[in-house]
Design a protein around this ligand. Structure first.
Ligand SMILES: Cc1cc2nc3c(=O)[nH]c(=O)nc-3n(C[C@H](O)[C@H](O)[C@H](O)COP(=O)(O)O)c2cc1C
Length: 215
């Protein structure tokens, strides 16, 4: 695919078919992750590819509990939103319900893991939430998502299972000092899959020289 087309149509795809992913396709997607940059080129992440049905079912049970709690709060928060926002959020929520119900049917769940001691964390001493460590992790995830898009695979970056990280680590035998930062279910889409996205325009997101100055 043309790169910009892939980027601007990389939306969350939560309805995935159970059809297996050919090994060579999966390998290309995983290799794309390995090309990502990281602080000091330490590459402080690993991926566990989960395809065994029992493991996916256990992850799915854990995921569905988290999703139920999240989506209840999300739906309640939207009660007073405009009709348009409620309709699009409801579409997202019902796709989320589908993923939660079909987690075990997803052909592969990629569990992205990281080693906190190996991260370059240049904002560690700031008096606010530290985020720079994640910059050595999520470029690999984004590469992987774009590669899925290129291969015609649906995918969605999820993090809800990080709330039950110890259970996920025990299930997959993830040793110290490795933890989890994302779980990416992938598979061929049930419907159209990736497509148009809704994002704020560049003018709202980018400034020239000083904060607030339009480009
Ligand atoms: C850090 C992060 C965490 C996310 N966690 C979840 C998740 O746990 N479950 C889920 O269904 N989607 C999750 N998403 C997907 C977002 O909900 C989705 O990208 C966003 O709503 C935009 O939707 P779109 O890409 O379809 O336009 C996550 C995305 C990001 C970037």
């Amino acid at each position: 695919m043309e790169l910009y087309d892939a980027m601007k149509s990389l939306r969350a795809v939560r309805r995935l078919r159970p059809d297996p992913i050919p090994d060579d396709v999966l390998r290309r997607v995983l290799e794309a992750a390995t090309w990502a940059p990281s602080g000091g080129n330490v590459q402080p992440w690993r991926i566990v590819v989960v395809r065994e049905r029992e493991k996916k079912a256990t992850l799915g049970t854990l995921y569905a509990e988290r999703w139920k709690a999240y989506s209840q709060v999300h739906r309640a928060r939207l009660a007073n939103a405009s009709e348009e926002i409620r309709a699009s959020s409801e579409r997202m929520a019902s796709a989320g319900d589908y993923l939660a119900e079909h987690f075990a049917d997803t052909p592969a769940v990629l569990v992205h893991c990281f080693n906190p001691g190996a991260l370059a964390v240049t904002d560690a001493k700031q008096d606010r939430l530290s985020v720079v460590g994640g910059a050595s992790l999520y470029p690999a995830v984004q590469n992987l998502l774009l590669a899925c898009r290129n291969e015609g695979l649906g995918c969605v970056l999820t993090t809800l299972l990080c709330e039950v990280e110890s259970e996920v680590r025990a299930l997959l035998g993830i040793p110290d000092p490795w933890y989890t930062d994302a779980m990416i279910p992938i598979g061929y889409p049930v419907g159209r899959g990736h497509g148009p996205i809704s994002r704020r325009p560049l003018e709202k997101m980018v400034f020239a020289e000083s904060w607030g100055e339009s480009l």
